[in-house]
Design a protein around this ligand. Sequence first.
Ligand SMILES: C[S@@+](CC[C@H](N)C(=O)[O-])C[C@H]1O[C@@H](n2cnc3c(N)ncnc32)[C@H](O)[C@@H]1O
Length: 875
Amino acid sequence: MATLSSNMTRSSSTDSSALSNILVGAAVEDDGVSGRMPLSTPPTSVNDNDSIDSAKSHVHALNPVEEETSRRPKRARTGLSTYNVKSLLDAQEQAGSSRSRNASGLTGRTLVDEEDDGAFLGKKDVDSTPMGWEPTELPPRPAKVQRRPSVKDRVKKAASKVVGSVLGKRGRDAMEAGKRKLGMGEVEESPKQSKILKELDMGPKGVLDELDLSDDEFAMPPPRPAKRAKIEDDDTAMKLSKPTAPPLKIYDGKRMKKWQREGLYVGQNAGMDPTKKGGRKKLQKQRPGTAGSDGTGTSEANETQVDDSKTDDTKQTDSKAESERTFMTLPMFNYLDKTRDFTIPFDIYAPTLRKGDEKPKDWTKVNKNRLVGEAKEIWEREKLPNSVCVCASPAAGEQGCEEDCLNRIMQYECTDDNCRLPAEACSNRAFSELAARMKKGGSFDVGVEVIKTSNRGFGVRSCRTYSPGQIIMEYTGEIVTEGECQRRMREEYTDKQCYYLMELERGFIIDGTKGSRARFINHSCSPNCEVRMVRVDNTPRMAVFAGENGVMTGEELTYDYNFDNFGASKQVCHCGAADCRGFLSKRLNANERKKMAKEENERKRKAAEEAQKNAESEARKKRAQTDRGANWRGWVAVDDPETKERLKAEKKEREENEKNSTRAKRLAARRQSLPAAGTAEKPAVLKKKNSSRRKTTHLEPKPTEEEAITGAEDTSLTKSTSLTNTETRTISNGSKFHEELDDRPSTALAHTSISTIVRKTEVSISTTETQEDEAPLIDLAPSAIETEQLAPLKPVNTTMTEISRPTSQGTEASAAPSKHVEAAKSGLSRTASKGKEALKSVGEAFKNSFRGGSVSSGSGAPKLKQSTLSFGKAN
Ligand SMILES: C[S@@+](CC[C@H](N)C(=O)[O-])C[C@H]1O[C@@H](n2cnc3c(N)ncnc32)[C@H](O)[C@@H]1O
């Protein structure tokens, strides 16, 4: 067994810190090198597997068998004990637990403590080893171990480079002084800066307290210089600093919207929502009167020049729009489980078709017009001579061939043959612009896509912005004659819901069934596009142009179909415009609109009347149903003889019952107690001479159902019955009123009397007229009318005087009714039931007497004197 020496050695085979095999009390005899004392160095690192396994090695060392297998150098192994490094590590941890760890996660401290200025492992540390030995003598101080500088050290070093001579002095005062010394000048501290400096100043060991923290370091990093911004001289710098925007055009003294030529969202501002109708208006409000180029090419020089003319206002608006452009915030976690609507910022929204979006079937895309059949021959014969425009060269930065260009007015596109201006200075070359765009062929250049709408089939959406009047796409298809078009409609398209026919010019029609995307453009009464014909190289072509407000990215393209409806049926319009005409119909001029409005009003009035009538009849039906009561069994066909029989029997039974009822008996008794007709005393009112006329009107309830049924069989009888009953009922119910009437002509009175009889089922009006110079009349005494509790009724004398009326036939005509009146009088005076007949004849008499004679009044004309049918109170 090897003995332990008080000397500690390090394996000579190691010369790095990683090699930390610590040998204690090397056995000299096994060493092979007698008398040579090993160098004693402390372990330098515990980050060494071999070291960690040293305990194991120790065991091995004690075991000669195992020792054979060990790979350690024989010199180091033989008869040596090692430190239990693990224990040492534990001890070290305990001693220096408050110290910081290095990047490897371990303390980074060695047994040579920096704080102790490199002092060797002290007694305290050695005590903690389980070796059970005491160092008797400390070896000489070893050379300082080289180690990697810590982060802290490196920061300090960096700081020292910055502030140079002030290194070592702590505090900002010293730093400022140093900076002054270096000629860096005084720097004003911002509040944020001073706060951070204060924090860094804390404690005597503030690591960063000597760093120079100027305002620049807190500010946002400066924008990256443009790659090409290698500024040669001041002039170039000036030029580069100017933004390169498309030129602004001044129209009517107002600036208009700026339309750029590149990018999906050119000309659109942040904050606008192309999916909302008000978006564009809002945008225009924000930027009133801003103008822009029409999207056709202008030179860079022009752009710079026009930009110079930008007012401060425009610049401010631009910078505002710029500042509005914010990044979309990241979703917060607590929003993930909530569903809510949000608007995607306009420049993130990409109107692109997605997988699975419905695509039109039965569509053959044809991007060029094709002449079909007859059309070809006629087409070639009808070539028109070319016109030439005389437009002057435009001023710098402007374009020529504007609104007053002859070619434009004549619907000709300018070409090198008919226009003297160079292409880039001419604004009337829409189709050539379109051709250039289509040649590029990118989705931005094509600029539209076909989408499925909710209620109008397919439609077309813009994938970019278009300036007002800018060409969007050509309407192409097969060019056919009118005859061929008719034939196709009759024979080929009978089962089609949509036609894609567009009149190109007189006699020619473009059938877009096989055509470009333009055929899918839907109608709107308030459209954002228009379709125009333009002759290009003498060939008429049809194209869709942006309307006067331009078109925004994502908007659906629409134009006014101005449909001529040949058939009676009109298609309902779903454009959703505020001023929608309601149908896919023709646009009307002012007069036509007026006429249409009038007709529409009339139609509405009639519809309202009809509706009211219907409502009334419904209400009547309802009322009748509720009035019928529980015994109502429904309608029966009166044509059915069985039913008729049954109804008659029922009616008879009812009448019998009524006759035998107590009420009937009471009424009969009352009737018997009345004085006989013709012998009744004069009512009080007759004694009173009254020069004024008085009219008493009784409102009568509607006829009962029974009466109605009876009425179907014998109208006149029903009327009479009704009248009699009415009179009786009216009085017994007390539902009455009377009104004082002014003097009125006797003819009117005659009318009233007639209406009393003829319209007896509705209202019964009995009129009393008293004239001083005439015979006494029978009337109700006022007291009787006003009395609440009426005395028992008695038949009263019905006196009717002769009625004379002014007719062309003279007195003969008036004599006729008087006969009937007499008859009625006698009838009435007998019994109440016979009175019905009498009244009927009276009615007839009146009717007859008025038939065929015009009523006139005059001093010599006979007067209608009196007509009274009344029941009065017996004295
Ligand atoms: C030239 S096509 C337009 C493309 C069509 N939506 C499609 O799916 O093929 C015309 C037809 O579209 C429909 N349409 C267009 N605009 C409409 C509107 N504003 N309201 C209702 N239907 C409309 C009508 O059926 C019309 O006959």
